[in-house]
Design a protein. Structure first.
Lengths: 80, 316
């Protein structure tokens, strides 16, 4: 599974990245978490940061940030 | 009813002496706190539901290829409801330009969004009443419309970083579909999120209102910065420009300044300068704008905000 956290590096983006990493760890799945800071790459998916892309699919964009449970659910949705 | 509850707490639960100065201040503090937090919760919740219908992707589509002026007005209004924090200013700016939103219209949006929002509105209303709130919203929108319009007229597209024009994603972003239930959930999350960020500032503001009121002489600053002083407005604005805070953070200062006798126009101009213009925002915008355009932007904003300050002082 490929997970991308999109954001130019603001505190919100860092928080989301941490939440995602924690979710992956707790779910015990094999996933690559990547932080995307390149504006061209971000803009391919969304205008509202932070964004969360799982397997190429935009799952979340902007504030408020999804909590740990929600991120887990988004990951689960894409696992099947 | 709220008032009775506050009095009940102070006199029957804490057993303070009736009508003492401290008791009065405490009643005032409890009453205002409950009132403002109730207002904030309800209004942020309602605005969040409206917001969920205006993601930036949609706003961009509405504003794309709009005529000047009408576009500026629409952009300033949409700035109130479209969710946006300063860290997404860059992707937002690029997205707007890519979709063919005129530069001046984009600026109207960027100016109005941080300056006029539900938190500012509730706090102004709760602490200063309808009149001040309405004037602040009206003036904020005018500054955004006018500032954007002037920037548009100056034809400064050449001072936008070249790479911005290289984005061609076809502006076909998927907008995450939401059921009404999900919108309610979003509104709830957003309300909690905002309250978590602003509650402390608000308590400080109310605290200043409740306690400093009556202890510090009211005309403390009048002599230096009252209505009569011609330089009060520009000095307040120039101090406010480099400072950075959201509307909630600046409210305690605004309240304290007003309590100490600064005139309404001076204080509101200060608040606009703090929320609409800031060094960190400039640094973020530097990624998409060249320095001359940043200077023009800051200059136009400073001048319009000062003008608004004088106007307030004249009519209030």
């Amino acid at each position: 599974m490929e997970i991308k956290v999109l954001g130019p590096g603001c505190p919100n983006c860092q928080m989301l990245e941490e939440t995602v990493k924690k979710a992956v760890k707790e779910l015990g799945i094999d996933a690559k978490v990547e932080k995307i800071t390149d504006m061209f790459e971000i803009m391919k998916h969304t205008m509202s940061t932070p964004g969360l892309v799982i397997n190429g699919k935009l799952k979340h964009a902007g504030r408020p940030l999804p909590n740990l449970e929600k991120v887990k659910e988004m990951i689960r949705q894409e696992t099947v | 009813m709220l008032r009775n509850f506050a009095e009940y707490l102070v006199y029957d639960v804490i057993h303070l002496e009736y009508s003492s100065r401290l008791a009065d201040a405490l009643v005032f503090f409890i009453y205002d706190t409950i009132k403002i937090f109730l207002l904030l919760s309800v209004i942020i919740f309602v605005v969040s539901i409206i917001r969920s219908y205006f993601p930036p992707e949609k706003t961009k589509r509405i504003l794309s290829h709009k005529k000047e002026f009408i576009g500026n007005i629409l952009a300033a209004l949409l700035g109130i409801v479209t969710p946006f924090c300063s860290c997404s200013a860059v992707p937002l700016f690029i997205g707007f330009v890519e979709a063919g939103v005129p530069l001046g219209v984009t600026f109207s949006f960027l100016i109005s969004s941080p300056m006029v929002n539900e938190v500012a509105v509730v706090l102004l209303f709760g602490l200063f009443g309808w009149k001040v709130t309405a004037i602040y919203i009206g003036a904020g929108l005018c500054v955004a419309i006018l500032g954007g319009f002037i920037i548009g007229r100056l034809k400064l597209e050449k001072w936008v970083e070249e790479y911005v024009y290289k984005f061609h994603n076809g502006s076909q972003y998927e907008i995450l579909k939401q059921s009404f239930r999900e919108r309610l959930q979003y509104a709830k999350d957003n309300t909690i999120d905002i309250l978590k960020r602003v509650w402390l500032y608000i308590l400080i503001a109310i605290g200043i209102g409740g306690f400093i009121h009556g202890y510090v002489p009211e005309d403390f600053l009048v002599h230096y910065a009252g209505k009569g002083n011609f330089f009060a407005v520009p000095v307040a604005v120039l101090i406010g420009v480099p400072l950075y805070s959201n509307a909630a953070g600046v409210i305690p200062i605004v309240y304290a300044l007003m309590e100490k006798g600064l005139s309404m126009g001076t204080v509101l101009a200060f608040m606009m300068a703090v929320t609409a213009l800031s060094l960190p925002e400039m640094i973020i915008l530097r990624k998409v704008l060249k320095i001359p355009l940043l200077c023009v932007f800051a200059g136009i904003m400073t001048v319009t905000i000062i003008a608004v300050g004088y106007l307030f002082n004249a009519i209030l």
